[in-house]
Write a protein that binds this ligand. Structure first.
Ligand code: PMP
Length: 410
């Protein structure tokens, strides 16, 4: 792809340059977690070596520096998703905690018996189970939006669910991109339709932020959740973005230091946004590392990177066509970064093990999406997932490894 030098990019990722099981590593498990560029590793290391201190408490220089780094990271993330203000960017441990936060604050405050929460049949367990937990407590129900055999959300069925007389739909929670199949969901349309019936919408952006630039204002969603580790940042840090009026109105999630204004046994008052939702000492190094990942992403042409990833996906699909016994899983009109498939009826984990022995890392199984696998009638898939640092050689190596694996499987 013009304007995108993948070999130069690969130099920024030290982990890619090693042998695994006697072969040069081919890392195709990016949907599980992405690798980290030197810029991120250095930012974390610099923090611990040079200015580790607790934030917001400082009566000393190092604490001031840590606070500046930590709050500066919030500014970086706010700009990254085009948040209208920095206070709407809440640090969480990741997507999972962000969704739990919304379920156990907004959900507890607003769901009533008989209400419905819609999630799609494609969702990751972390966008199903928190809703089930709060729905059970409230006497509400969680209803799945059907998906087609190709793995696309059925919009007509969704529209019917929104106006069904079986209970008001108060909340819709859908993924931006499916981690299991790569389906890109029509989230703008889902948001608009949901708002027509007065439902709030959360978009699980775990699998989109690592691919393209997200604009929360353009999406017009009410909440947007994502994880740092899936966008070249560290584990243990993520973001919940929310509309200001909603975040103002919701009760706190956890109690503790930092989230309070005053504490007394007569009654405690809570801090302003974003601190109301950030009890306890935060993941300071994580936030700083994640901001370094954003700065790194902003240092090159992301559209060219997306075009490069799409080229790899097309190349893999083309190779798959000529590969006897391979069945692609997930053939929706729009797919990002994921090549999910089955081989000759072989169990996905056997395929994964055989290609791992040849240095090729993929994920196998249900991908934390058991309801989707049940819908498709399969136990799981083999999933090769791409990032911008993968190259055509990685795809060639994947297919060479599959060719060899096949000789053991038939
Ligand atoms: N949603 C989706 C679509 C995901 O892919 C993942 C991670 N596999 C999650 C949620 C959960 O993210 P985390 O484990 O980082 O909290």
């Amino acid at each position: 792809v013009k304007g995108f030098d993948v070999e130069k990019i690969r130099e920024d990722f030290p982990i890619l340059h090693q042998e695994v099981n006697g072969h040069p590593l081919v890392y195709l498990d990016n949907a599980a977690t992405t690798q980290k560029p030197n810029a991120v590793i250095d930012a974390i290391s610099d923090y611990y070596r040079g200015y580790n201190s607790n934030v917001h408490r400082g009566a000393h220089a190092l604490s001031d520096k840590a606070t500046a780094g930590f709050e500066g990271a919030r500014d970086t993330l706010a700009a990254f998703i085009n948040s209208p203000s920095r206070e709407q960017v809440l640090w969480t441990r990741g997507t999972t905690e962000a969704i739990n936060l919304v379920a156990f604050t907004w959900g507890k405050q607003n769901l009533e018996a008989g209400d419905r929460v819609l999630v799609s049949n494609l969702e990751h367990h972390s966008n199903i189970v928190p809703w089930q937990m709060v729905a059970q407590e409230k006497g509400a129900s969680v209803v799945a939006i059907p998906v087609s055999d190709s793995g696309a959300i059925d919009l007509d069925a969704f529209k019917a669910l929104l106006v069904s007389n079986e209970g008001p739909v108060k909340f819709v929670s859908v993924g931006h991109v499916s981690n299991a199949l790569g389906t890109v969901n029509p989230v703008e349309e889902i948001v608009a339709l949901s708002h027509e019936v007065g439902a709030k919408v959360l978009i699980d952006g775990a699998q989109s932020v690592g691919h393209w630039a997200v604009d929360v204002q353009a999406l017009d969603c009410d909440f947007f959740a994502f994880s740092g580790h899936k966008m070249f940042g560290p584990t243990g840090i993520g973001v919940l973005w929310g509309k200001r009026d909603l975040l103002e109105a919701m009760p706190p999630y956890q109690g503790g230091g930092e989230m309070i204004e005053t504490v007394s046994f007569e009654g405690t008052t809570y801090n302003a946004l974003p601190y109301k939702y950030e009890a306890g000492t935060p993941d300071i190094a994580g936030a700083i590392g994640l901001a370094a990942a954003v700065d790194y992403l902003n240092s090159f042409d992301r559209e060219a990177a997306v075009a490069h990833e799409n080229d790899l996906l097309q190349y893999a699909w083309q190779k798959a066509e000529g590969f006897a016994g391979l069945t692609r899983v997930g053939t929706a009109p729009k797919v990002a970064g994921v090549f999910s498939f089955l081989l000759n009826g072989a169990h996905p984990s056997d395929v994964g093990m055989l290609i791992d022995q040849q240095g090729v890392a993929v994920r196998t199984g249900h991908h934390c999406a058991q309801p989707l696998m049940a819908r498709l009638g399969i136990p799981g898939t083999v999933r090769a997932s791409f990032s911008f640092y993968n190259n055509r050689n990685d795809v060639d190596r994947l297919f060479e490894a599959l060719e060899k694996a096949k000789t053991f499987l038939v």
